[in-house]
Write a protein that binds this ligand. Structure first.
Ligand code: DGJ
Length: 715
């Protein structure tokens, strides 16, 4: 619900458990008052806080400075000398920016984007309208409420209504001012094969920024950030989170002033973004999802999970059973052979696996990673009767089929590059770096997008397909476009991301019943932008279950289990002394959507039986993993435990892993109905209260990789 108190000029945005309050002061400025728990005492009026040396707004008087005012948006070089959210370069060359609040609009639903991902739906929207009286630019600032998930989304739209062109130099999507509370920052950081580890550190004076300049959201920093107070725990205390619905360069930061007040901002990366705004043109920033929890980090994560499942992931797939795949990559790499794949399909059917995925290597001259990318034609040496015939064969066996693509990329050794070297991102007269022996297509150019989309559509038309894995295997560098004039080169990075979204839109529309899985050399593009098109994303190329525990724990802090693709493999990328067995690997894969990635035709009978049992268990449990509330449990280093509880608390799945030879006896669960009794798989019946207070027996048998899972149902 959004309300406006006309007398006090206070806006209140309410979700189920939170309230966001701001006030228009001195007729021109939107001051931030409060974001937190719903209480009666909220919405005290704004208090002036100017101090010596803070530039003050001359016409208002010495008491009022933008430097000391918590604002909804801050503007470059206009008296607020903290880091600011908005910077426009005026036609006269200066960058001084100042927007005054003018008006507002409250309306049902939201304004949808047609060129970028966004949160679908929304209960109600508040639009604040600001004007820069010098340039004539109008700034529309949007807040959309999603009451059920306790989330609010924010973005900005610039409209040049002046009589000269402008250049947007910085355009944060969201700013939030927080009081002095000893903040701890939580981010998801890593690198290739070690993505999204959960990292916490106390906020310190100055600016702490995470970012990507890599052209994708990256393996290094995820476009996600949370802040908690010193005393916040999993199930108690205050916390805020911000998630960017964007898949390219971003920045997200907290600035802490000497008096420990925090200003949080999230948006496009100012180092690699600028946008020319001619008279009459509009520019819209991507969206940020924002949430607050008064009862700890579990609730914070659940809000984000609910939001992503409810409003980001395409509704058609959100609650539908995901395929249990056998993926060819770690088994055969580029050695795709129709006959070998047929034997995989037969074995998969026996094991209960339902989808065969042909990974990289099925097209053009793609026999290794140095060639063939861009040539989206079936390799007829590998599929002598074509892909459609192979697909029919797989379907006749009762399996479904998936295939791998990497549409944004091209190898210099390809037919496409020979024909169109100008279709590659490049800077005139400079050599282009390679990444995995490949270059990047210029997606600022519609001709390139249409060619790739049409070719893939043609090649796959008539092939029965249920799944497509969409990869992206390099970081961008030397980012220029031969299709754009010099003054637009500063727009290429963002235009490229818009281009990839256009491709995603066209291909997902062309294959409406196909489930797309995102991927980027493992998990280099795991973000809410991709989830708008692809209901799940490959979390990492590291399938060693011990490293994977940390990757999935971090990922699930911000993204739901249903978005995390997790395969059981027999890789030993962690160089472990003892290889964890398939049961431990399966237990880890329960933190995501199950698949297999190994040579299933060479398993021992015993391992085959294990896999059959796993798939059967997963068949019973997947509904909970897709839709339940996930609670992380308090454990020690090297352990991971969570319980997934149905929304109506009628069932739960408890999952536990240990890598430290611990022989835990009991672990307390959370999130259950204390008054109810649950019958567990081990045949015992416990009350929810007992499971909370005394805990559940954790029967860890295998060392050093202990695992345990238990399903319980309310009786
Ligand atoms: C990187 C992906 O993460 C892998 O799973 C695999 O698809 C390879 N690319 C194929 O080149």
């Amino acid at each position: 619900m959004i309300a406006f108190d006309k007398e006090k000029r206070i806006f209140k945005i309410e979700t189920r458990n939170t309230v966001y309050v701001m006030q228009i002061v001195h007729d021109k400025f939107a001051a931030h008052l409060y974001y937190g728990k719903k209480t009666d005492g909220v919405a005290a009026d704004y208090v002036e806080r100017a101090v010596d040396f803070a530039p003050y707004v001359a016409e208002v008087g010495i008491g009022f400075s933008l430097e000391t005012t918590p604002t909804e948006l801050s503007f470059f070089d206009s008296g607020d000398l903290r880091d600011t959210a908005v910077k426009l370069q005026n036609a006269n060359g200066d960058c001084t920016t100042l927007f005054y609040y003018k008006d507002y609009r409250i309306f049902k639903g939201r304004v949808e984007f047609d060129d970028m991902p966004y949160s679908r739906g929304g209960d109600e929207t508040l639009e604040l309208i600001y004007v820069d009286e010098v340039s004539g630019c109008v700034l529309h600032s949007y807040y959309t409420v999603f009451e059920q998930s306790d989330t609010i989304t924010r973005y900005q739209r610039y409209e040049n209504k002046g009589n000269a062109p402008l250049c947007i130099r910085q355009a944060a999507s969201c700013q939030l001012e927080l009081d002095d509370r000893e903040w701890t920052m939580i981010t998801l950081c890593g690198k290739y094969a070690k993505e999204r580890n959960l990292v916490e550190y106390p906020a310190h004076l100055g600016i702490q920024r995470i970012y990507s300049k890599r052209g994708h959201s990256s393996h290094h920093f995820n476009p996600f950030m949370a802040l908690k107070t010193k005393d916040t725990r999993e199930n108690s205390g205050d916390a805020y989170a911000f998630e960017f619905v964007y898949s390219g360069d971003f920045e997200s930061q907290t600035e802490l002033t000497f008096d420990k007040k925090a200003r949080v901002m999230m948006g496009l990366n100012r180092d690699t973004f600028a946008w020319n705004l001619a008279q009459g043109e509009m520019f819209t920033t991507p969206e940020v999802i924002m949430t607050y929890s008064a009862c700890g980090l579990n609730k914070l994560s659940q809000n984000l999970h609910d939001h992503i499942r409810g409003y980001i992931i395409p509704s058609k797939f959100v609650n539908s059973k995901r395929p249990v795949v056998i993926n060819t990559w770690e088994a055969v790499y580029f050695n795709i052979d129709e006959n070998v794949l047929s034997s995989y399909a037969e074995k998969a059917k026996e094991l209960g696996i339902d989808t065969l995925v042909i990974d990289d290597g099925w097209f053009g001259s793609r026999n290794n990673d140095s060639q063939g990318l861009g040539d989206w034609f079936v390799n007829r040496e590998k599929f002598q009767n074509g892909l459609a015939a192979f697909s029919d064969k797989v379907h006749d066996l009762g399996l479904r089929l998936g295939i791998w693509i990497e549409p944004e990329m091209i190898n210099p050794k390809s037919e496409l590059y020979k024909a169109h070297p100008e279709w590659v991102l490049q800077c005139k007269n400079r050599p282009s770096s390679l990444g995995r022996k490949q270059l990047v297509l210029d997606l600022t150019n519609d001709e390139v997008i249409n060619y790739i989309v049409d070719t893939i559509k043609r090649t796959l038309s008539g092939v029965k397909l249920e799944y497509i894995k969409w990869d992206f295997n390099r970081t961008l560098s030397e980012v220029g476009s031969l299709a754009l004039p010099p003054e637009k080169q500063c727009e290429v990075k963002h235009r490229f991301v818009l281009g990839t979204y256009k491709m995603h839109k066209l291909l997902t529309q062309a294959f409406p019943n196909v489930l797309f899985e995102g991927c980027s050399g493992g998990g280099g593009r795991f973000d809410a932008g991709i989830l708008f098109y692809c209901p799940q994303i490959w979390a990492s190329d590291n399938t060693d279950p011990v490293t994977r525990m940390e990757i999935q724990k971090g990922t699930a802090f911000a993204y739901p289990i249903s978005s995390i693709s997790a395969h059981v493999s027999n890789s030993r990328s962690n160089k472990l002394e003892v290889s964890p067995d398939y049961e431990f690997r399966f237990n880890v894969a329960l933190g995501g959507m199950l698949g297999y990635e190994m040579n299933i035709t060479r398993l021992s009978k015993e391992d085959e039986e294990k896999i059959k049992r796993q798939v059967a268990k997963y068949d019973k449990w997947y509904g909970l993993l897709l839709t339940g509330d996930q609670y992380r449990l308090k454990v020690d280093g090297g352990e991971y435990a969570f319980v997934c509880v149905a929304k109506d608390k009628s069932e739960f799945l408890f999952v536990y892993q240990d890598t430290q030879n611990r022989q835990r006896r009991k672990l307390s669960l959370v999130g259950l109905d204390e008054k109810a009794a649950y019958v567990c798989e081990n045949g015992n019946t416990y009350s929810g209260k007992t499971l909370h207070e005394d805990g559940i027996d954790v029967a860890v048998s295998k060392l050093p990789y202990g695992y345990f899972s238990c399903y319980g149902k309310r009786i």
